[in-house]
Ligand binder design. Structure first.
Ligand SMILES: C[S@@+](CC[C@H](N)C(=O)[O-])C[C@H]1O[C@@H](n2cnc3c(N)ncnc32)[C@H](O)[C@@H]1O
Length: 376
């Protein structure tokens, strides 16, 4: 993949986003495989399964700072010294985002209302061609901004959300439509701006298929950190009932909508932190939210817990609770906290499958998936 910001030059430092960008796709992947194979060798000695990414144009979600210099703007990333590096293009973003970047910048440059104190931009694209652009400002957004943003939205056929401190201005909608193909079957999703979405949809589809291939599906499923139902909805097809929890109100709203879109009726989505779920499950505290959703935790026959936590991994109580399930599926975006959590989980459970998903190609980050079964 060609990118002039991968390597430092006389003009600039290397872009700090793709810190393995100086390598070929295979080299950077081999580097990460070797590192993770060594990291996890005390738990798992078989070769890790590897799910590759496309080697360019794979990111459907990205954010850039806006760099202002003498009335001119450009996109900017942090370089390896954490200084702003102005960039004209980015080789890892989807083709839709890439072409929009150029035209959006030109239009904003020509329009003082949209230009003034424009600080940051987030692009969220989808495989169905939908595009949500969040424009973030260091000033209050007023009717004049709104009128100009509306014209831009219509001209570029995108959805714009304006944000500044304590302000969110939705022009028409703050949702985006996505369609995933999982084992040949189509699933529809609607995501609201501000909720979590996976950044590399092709790898995301392969992750969901990997879980479905390796899971021993029976009885009921308990899911923590479910986001907008990305894994939940495909997994609901192979379990009797699913109880899925998540801390973000925005994501739970999307998850419930996604259930309806896919005509799924065996999932209950509850807004609860994992810590709160542990308290409810262990009887430490009763939660009205469960009653309101007509959920009786004792009525479930859980065989499996599925967890896809943020980078911090599992807290102590969630880690302890997860050991009560016969099967544990753990998706992780941080090998360090995954390793810490496996120290404990492998005392009672054995790793059956372990895969690396190269969601964040050309960066040092990698996603992992582990299936654990209770030891005999
Ligand atoms: C890596 S994302 C995974 C989301 C989802 N599985 C997906 O594939 O889109 C982690 C999710 O955990 C949620 N989260 C963060 N801290 C949490 C907590 N303490 N309890 C429950 N959910 C939490 C975030 O809001 C986010 O949606």
């Amino acid at each position: 993949m060609e990118c002039k910001y991968f390597k430092p030059s006389d003009e600039h430092e290397q872009c700090g986003s793709c810190n393995l960008g100086g390598m070929s796709y295979e080299e950077q992947l081999d580097y990460k495989i070797t590192k993770e194979q060594q990291r996890f060798e005390n738990f798992y000695t078989k070769p890790l399964e590897v799910i590759k990414s496309e080697d360019g144009a794979f990111r459907n979600r990205v954010e850039f700072r806006i760099f202002h210099k003498m009335g001119q703007i450009s996109y900017a990333m942090n370089d390896t010294n954490r200084k702003l590096l102005p960039i004209e293009s980015c080789s890892i973003v989807s083709d839709d985002i890439s072409s929009l970047m150029t035209i959006l910048l030109k239009k904003v440059q020509e329009n003082n209302e949209l230009l003034r104190k424009f600080f940051m931009v987030e692009f969220l694209g989808s495989t169905s061609g939908d595009m949500l652009v969040t424009m973030i400002y260091h000033r209050k957004l007023d009717e004049d901004w709104e009128a100009e943003a509306r014209l831009l939205q219509d001209e570029l056929n995108i959805k714009i959300v304006g944000r500044s401190r304590k302000q969110k201005l939705i022009l028409d909608t703050d949702t985006i439509e996505e369609e995933l193909t999982i084992n040949g079957k189509k699933f529809k999703f609607k995501y609201q701006e501000g909720g979590f979405t996976q950044p590399n949809q092709k790898v995301n589809e392969k992750m969901i298929e990997w879980v479905l291939r390796n899971i021993d599906a029976k009885d009921d499923l308990c899911e923590l950190y479910c986001g907008g139902g990305n894994f939940t909805i495909p997994l609901s097809k192979v379990f009797d009932n699913v109880l899925a929890t998540e801390i973000s109100k925005t994501s739970i709203r999307s998850a419930k909508l996604n259930c309806t879109l896919n005509d799924v009726n065996n999932i209950k989505f509850i807004r609860m932190s994992s810590e709160e779920f542990v308290e409810a499950r262990t009887g430490v505290r009763e939660y009205r939210r469960l009653k309101q959703e007509d959920v009786n935790l004792d009525s479930y026959n859980f065989s499996t817990i599925f967890m896809d936590p943020p980078r911090a991994g599992l807290d102590d109580t969630t880690r302890a609770l997860s050991k009560q399930f016969d099967q544990i599926i753990y998706i992780s975006c941080n090998p360090e906290t995954l390793h810490r959590d496996l120290e404990e989980l492998t005392k009672t459970h054995e790793i059956k499958n372990f895969a690396l998903f190269d969601q964040f190609a050309f960066s040092k980050h990698i996603e992992s998936g582990v299936v654990l079964q209770r030891k005999a």
